[in-house]
Design a protein around this ligand. Structure first.
Ligand code: SF4
Length: 344
């Protein structure tokens, strides 16, 4: 079990905006809207949401691969939003990123041995013999024998490549790893192997993970807590079991209703989400989910909902949960039970 302490990484009111892609648009696209997250040392925080909701952008900002347009990023209590040069280089030893497509992230012209040795060499760690020994030890740790160090990425299976991608991120012995859809491109049988490898490496090395995925089953399996993201905003956050047992935001309810019943609260109706994610540039103010929410009412278009506490450590951002609306006797269980349909 992870030992929860003070947050290792904190994102505070993070914003990320992009210039409009077409000349006919003048308004910037807000890809991330005031996201605040605390990631505790030793835990796995799952970040879940549909494609295009901004979760990878949040991951890249958390790993200092992308600069936010606003807000601050803290590591071990220190503001690292604007660090540069040697300080940033040192920081990169502690914070690593694993990409979804291991083939794209591994240079095809380098052998596996060279790919694993590079981070050590770049950071002037050990001599050649020591680095080679470390490479072989790490390969063996992920179930590949020493002969694999002379192979090229294209000679490996997808699962083997992802194992190499993960272990490459761990060569510098980091504390915090952002895993961006690390098993999405793999077969289900291989996914389980990779998830188990991630768990055992976390136990051995006291790693802290931000695990990004659109797959709720995968997130359920690996996470201690889960944050649900919709159109650039976090809309619900809870302990993993609480979130799947008592999804409280209409969006989370739709997501959870689409997975097998044994993951959630037993008997459950499916909830259809109509339409795709709306154009983020077209949404100003109000709840970002209002264009797809079956419970939307006047206030949803006028005001962004604030956080409401569902239970200890379980918070949701929906007007149905604030005090006045609770007084009109709208309850989460009723909302969920009344939803009909055939799937997400
Ligand atoms: Fe739906 Fe309104 Fe709640 Fe947003 S605030 S999720 S639109 S009920």
């Amino acid at each position: 079990m992870p030992s929860y302490e003070a947050p290792l990484v904190e994102l505070k009111r993070i914003e990320k905006s992009y210039a409009p892609r077409t000349a006919t648009r003048s308004r910037k696209v807000r890809a991330v809207r005031g996201v605040s997250l605390s990631i505790r040392r030793g835990e796995t925080l799952g970040l879940v949401g549909e494609s295009g909701c901004g979760k990878s952008t949040v991951g890249r900002i958390a790993a200092r691969l992308l600069e936010p347009s606003g807000g601050t990023l803290h590591y071990q209590g220190t503001d690292i939003t604007n660090v540069r040069g040697k300080t940033l280089r040192r920081l990169r030893q502690h914070i690593q990123y694993v990409f979804q497509d291991p083939y794209a992230s591994l240079n095809p012209r380098f052998t596996i041995g060279r790919l694993l040795e590079e981070p050590l060499k770049y950071n002037r760690i050990g001599n050649r013999r020591e680095r080679q020994r470390e490479v072989v030890e790490m390969l063996e740790r992920i179930g590949l024998d020493a002969a694999y160090k002379d192979r090229y990425p294209h000679e490996l299976s997808g699962g083997q490549r992802q194992r190499v991608g993960i272990v490459r991120a761990l060569m510098l012995n980091p504390e915090f790893v952002v895993l961006d859809e690390p098993v999405s491109a793999l077969d289900v049988s291989v996914q389980a192997q990779i998830l188990n490898l991630l768990k055992s490496l976390q136990d051995e090395r006291s790693l802290t993970y931000l695990f990004i995925s659109h797959d709720l089953n995968v997130v359920h399996y690996i996470s201690d807590r889960v944050a649900v993201m919709y159109l650039g905003s976090i809309v619900e956050i809870a302990d993993v079991h609480d979130l799947y047992e008592r999804p409280s935001h209409p969006y989370t309810q739709a997501l959870v209703s689409s997975i097998p019943a044994e993951r959630g609260a037993g008997k459950r109706e499916s909830v259809i989400l109509s339409g795709d994610l709306p154009d983020p540039a077209a949404l100003i103010g109000g709840c970002p989910f209002r264009t797809r929410c079956r419970h939307a009412f006047d206030r949803c278009a006028a005001e962004m909902p604030d956080w409401s506490e569902v239970a200890e450590g379980h918070a949701v951002r929906c007007h149905l949960w604030n005090e006045e609306q609770a007084g009109t006797d709208v309850r989460q269980t009723e909302i969920f039970a009344s939803a009909g349909g055939t799937g997400l």
